[in-house]
Design a protein around this ligand. Structure first.
Ligand code: 5RP
Length: 225
């Protein structure tokens, strides 16, 4: 049972004709993008904004009409994956390094849906590292600042090289531990010199769609949205 596919396919049911759609990034979003491609193939008229170069390439391949960020004036619905989410709808995102574009698109969206397998549901976020996108220039100093706060930052490395985002920046992964003080970390990272954006997405989604090992798909609505 592919839990990610269950969630991705279900999310595509919320896509309606005429929508401007935010397409997320990652292995769960991958299934949703495929399902949206199918809708387009069957005649649905939508436009989409991808949140990464990888998603853009996939959407192009599927023939999904795309907008650039400069052409975008609204987003009806953004659908994306998460790395962890708690019952208060506080999420960590950015495991794939696309958190900045993901946050830009989700912030513009009238409605946000997070899709996931059931392993992403946690009581308290923080066992997963918190990704922070930082400028290359001054990255040493930004890392030192985060270390001084006790955030245990580790510069992300992929295939033996420092990972570079689609925006040309680095990622610092903060090892905070489950139950860290979310508001304190959010406050300290916001506006920190050298930090472009961080992967805390707090209470942004209207619903979670969760694919379960049993084959069930849980839909959890956010009462605050
Ligand atoms: C990418 C993300 C992804 O949505 C997140 O990492 C979840 O990925 P996956 O669905 O592959 O588990 O934030 O930056």
């Amino acid at each position: 049972m592919d839990m990610k596919k269950l969630a991705g396919d279900k999310a595509a049911e919320y896509v309606k004709d005429g929508m401007v759609l935010g397409l997320g990034t990652g292995s769960t979003a991958y299934h949703m993008v495929n399902a949206v491609g199918e809708l387009v193939k069957n005649g649905m008229k939508i436009q989409a904004i991808p949140t990464s170069k990888a998603t853009e390439a996939q959407a192009r391949e599927l023939g999904i009409p795309l907008l650039t960020i400069d052409e975008l004036d609204h987003v009806d619905l953004a659908i994306d994956g998460v790395d962890e989410i708690d019952p208060q709808f506080n999420a960590i995102k950015g495991g794939g390094g696309a958190l900045y574009r993901e946050k830009v698109v989700a912030s513009m969206a009238k409605e946000v849906i997070w899709i996931m397998d059931e392993s992403k549901l946690v009581d308290k976020i923080g066992a997963f590292h918190l990704p922070v996108e930082i400028a290359q220039y001054g990255s040493k100093q930004a890392m030192e600042k985060m270390a001084a706060y006790g955030f245990n930052p580790v510069l992300r490395v992929k295939d033996g090289k420092t990972f570079v985002t689609d925006n040309g920046n680095y990622i610092a992964d903060l090892h905070l531990g489950a139950g860290f003080d979310i508001q304190d970390v959010y406050g300290k990272l916001t506006g920190m010199l050298g930090v472009l954006e961080h992967g805390l997405f707090l209470n942004m989604c209207k619903r979670m769609i969760v694919g379960c090992a049993s084959g069930e798909v849980k839909i959890i609505e956010n009462p605050a949205k």
